[in-house]
Design a protein around this ligand. Structure first.
Ligand code: GDP
Length: 195
């Protein structure tokens, strides 16, 4: 897809602020620091539209990025950030869950995990929950440039096994540095955008 227009429409702190438009939405879920902002920026060829930072846990909003006036990328708050209180984490959890279970426009969830490591307990919980809810998803293994090419298949296998991914859940290695996997991800997203 050739991206000609991309804008942050709103950083929502409550469902009342979600865009009214009926455009399809593709949500991004993952641990803080997994590379969600970098993923968005790479997919749309912008250096800095989505805020990247080395300080995890800063984004506690649902960020709606309208792409080509055609669909939204919705960046969900990163989970698994240890340095916030339990109460705060529960609040985010409810916020994310409400969006994922009630939003009509939601078409697909991109679940991002770090290719370098075995998925964490939080990653597993998210994968189990998405599976139980039967929400359409794909899993994107980020930071693939940080391991050698020869090891990618082995790491993908560990992700697949740990998250117990069914055969019909696509799993794609991705790098925001090199663009690896970008076209494959666009191809996987296309049917949901055209929906
Ligand atoms: P977010 O919290 O999920 O939005 O994560 P960010 O996009 O802010 O990324 C967190 C850190 O990981 C930043 O320092 C990024 O530069 C780095 N990062 C993200 N994706 C990649 C990638 O594909 N390759 C490499 N080498 N670094 C990445």
């Amino acid at each position: 897809m050739k991206v000609t227009q991309a804008e942050l429409v709103i950083s929502a702190v409550s469902s009342k602020q979600y865009p009214q438009e009926a455009l399809p939405e593709i949500a991004l879920a993952g641990r803080s620091n997994v590379g969600k902002s970098s993923f968005i920026n790479k997919m749309i060829n912008r250096k800095n539209l989505a805020r990247t930072s080395s300080k995890p846990g800063k984004t506690q909003t649902l960020n709606f990025y309208r792409i080509n006036g055609q669909f939204f990328f919705v960046d969900l708050p990163g989970y698994g950030y240890a340095r916030v209180s339990k109460k705060e984490r529960e609040r985010w959890g409810r916020f994310i869950e409400e969006y994922l279970t009630t939003r009509q426009q939601l078409q697909l969830i991109c679940h991002l995990v770090d290719i370098r490591h075995k998925p964490t307990r939080d990653d597993q919980m998210m994968a189990d929950w998405l599976q139980a809810m039967a929400l359409p998803r794909l899993v994107i293994a980020t930071k693939a440039d940080k391991i050698s090419k020869g090891k990618i298949a082995k790491h993908l296998k560990l992700v697949k096994e740990t998250l117990q991914l069914a055969k019909d859940v696509p799993l794609i290695a991705f790098s925001a540095e090199t663009g690896l996997g970008k076209e494959e991800v666009w191809a996987a997203l296309q049917p949901y955008i055209d929906h």
